[in-house]
Design a binder for this molecule. Structure first.
Ligand SMILES: [Ca+2]
Ligand SMILES: [Ca+2]
Length: 337
C-alpha cells in the first residue's frame, strides 16, 4: 500500500513536470506533445522554405521576363535596322553604275554603326560566283543588322532593268506644231521660219520644217534652263533631213552665263536628203551663274531648208539606261547567316 502511495505521488510529480514513464514513451523517445511541437516547427520551416523558393522563383521569373523583354526589344530593333539597311543598300548599289565591279561576290561590306545597330551588306550572283562576268545575271542583295545579341538578315533579288529615261524636251515630236520652239534669233543672221508640216516624217503626223534661213546658224531652239544641271551628261538625239543636198547637222547644248557669252557644246553629224538619226552626248558645264541653256539645230555650211523630228534630250545616252531594281516578291528573311 505504501509502495502504491509512493508510486502515486511520483506519478503525480512526473505529470506535473510533464514527464512520461519510459514504458509510456514513443519508440523514438519523444512524447506526442514533442512530436506536435516538432511538426509545427517543420511546417513553419517548410512554409518559410516554400516562401523563399517562391520568392526566388518569382525573382528568377522576373529576370527571365526582363531578359526576354530585352531580347525581344533587341530583336525588334535588329529587324527594323536590317530592313532599313536593305533599303539603304539598294540605294547605294542602284546609284553605282560600276556596282558589279565595286562589290565582291558574297563578301560582306565593312561594319557600319547606325544608332544601336551594326550593319553590313553583300551582293551574291545567283548564277555563278562572279558579279562581273555577265550583266544579265540576277544577284541577291543581303543586309544584316545586329543589336545586342539579336541579328537579323533580309535579302531581295536584284537585276539590271532597262528603263526609259525622261525626255526633257517639250513637244520634241512636233505633234503640237511648232509650239515650244523658237528660232535662235539672238542675232539677225540666225533668224528663220519654223513651220510644222506633214511631209514624210519618221514619226507621228507632223515634223518641223526650217526655212528662210538667214545663215547656216539659223535653226530651231528650245529653252532647257529649268532642266539642265551643271556637271551632268546629256544626250541629244533627233531625226534630220536636208531638203536640197547633204550637209552636216550642227546641233547641241548652248549655255549662257550672267558674265556674258555663249558656250556652245555642239557637234556635227552628216545628214543626207533621207531622214537620218543624229545623236551626241554633252557634259553641261559652265563657269559663273547660268543665265540660259538651250538646245539648237543648224547646218554646217548651207542655208538650205531642213526637216527635224523626234528630238529627245535625256540624261546619259540612248534614251534608256540600265538601272538596278528589286524583283517584286523576292524579299525574304534569312536565317543562319
Ligand atoms: Ca555572274
Ligand atoms: Ca513627229
Amino acid at each position: 500500500m505504501i509502495w502504491q502511495a509512493d508510486e502515486g505521488r511520483r506519478a503525480a510529480r512526473r505529470a506535473a513536470r510533464g514527464c512520461v514513464p519510459a514504458h509510456e514513451r514513443s519508440p523514438a523517445g519523444r512524447s506526442p506533445a514533442s512530436r506536435r511541437r516538432g511538426s509545427a516547427y517543420l511546417v513553419i520551416l517548410g512554409a518559410a522554405t516554400l516562401l523563399t523558393i517562391l520568392g526566388l522563383s518569382g525573382l528568377l521569373a522576373v529576370r527571365i521576363e526582363l531578359r526576354g523583354a530585352r531580347t525581344g526589344e533587341a530583336a525588334a530593333k535588329a529587324r527594323v535596322a536590317a530592313a532599313s539597311a536593305l533599303e539603304l543598300a539598294l540605294l547605294r548599289v542602284g546609284s553605282d553604275d560600276l556596282w558589279r565591279k565595286n562589290y565582291k561576290h558574297d563578301v560582306w561590306t565593312a561594319e557600319e554603326t547606325v544608332g544601336e545597330a551594326t550593319c553590313q551588306f553583300k551582293v551574291a550572283c545567283q548564277v555563278d560566283n562572279s558579279l562581273l562576268d555577265h550583266e544579265g545575271h540576277p544577284a541577291r542583295l543581303y543586309a544584316k543588322a545586329r543589336v545586342g545579341d539579336a541579328t537579323r538578315v533580309y535579302s531581295v533579288l536584284i537585276n539590271d532593268v532597262e528603263v526609259e529615261l525622261t525626255d526633257f524636251t517639250h513637244n520634241g515630236d512636233f505633234e503640237s506644231g511648232a509650239e515650244g520652239w523658237d528660232n535662235v534669233g539672238w542675232w539677225d543672221e540666225a533668224v528663220c521660219n519654223l513651220q510644222a508640216v506633214t511631209d514624210p516624217r519618221p514619226s507621228g503626223d507632223l515634223c518641223l520644217r526650217v526655212d528662210n534661213r538667214a545663215s547656216n546658224y539659223a535653226g530651231p531652239m528650245q529653252d532647257v534652263t529649268a532642266v539642265v544641271e551643271k556637271g551632268k551628261d546629256y544626250t541629244l538625239t533627233a531625226w534630220v533631213r536636208m531638203i536640197e543636198r547633204a550637209d552636216s547637222a550642227m546641233f547641241g547644248l548652248y549655255v549662257e552665263t550672267t558674265s556674258g557669252g555663249v558656250s556652245p557644246l555642239y557637234t556635227r553629224r552628216g545628214v543626207t536628203t533621207e531622214w537620218t538619226e543624229v545623236a551626241a552626248t554633252f557634259t553641261a558645264t559652265w563657269s559663273g551663274e547660268l543665265d540660259r541653256a538651250y538646245i539648237a539645230f543648224a547646218t554646217q555650211t548651207t542655208t538650205q531648208p531642213f526637216l527635224v523630228d523626234k528630238v529627245v534630250l535625256t540624261e546619259r545616252d540612248g534614251g534608256t539606261a540600265l538601272v538596278i531594281a528589286p524583283v517584286p516578291g523576292t524579299w525574304r528573311r534569312e536565317s543562319g547567316l
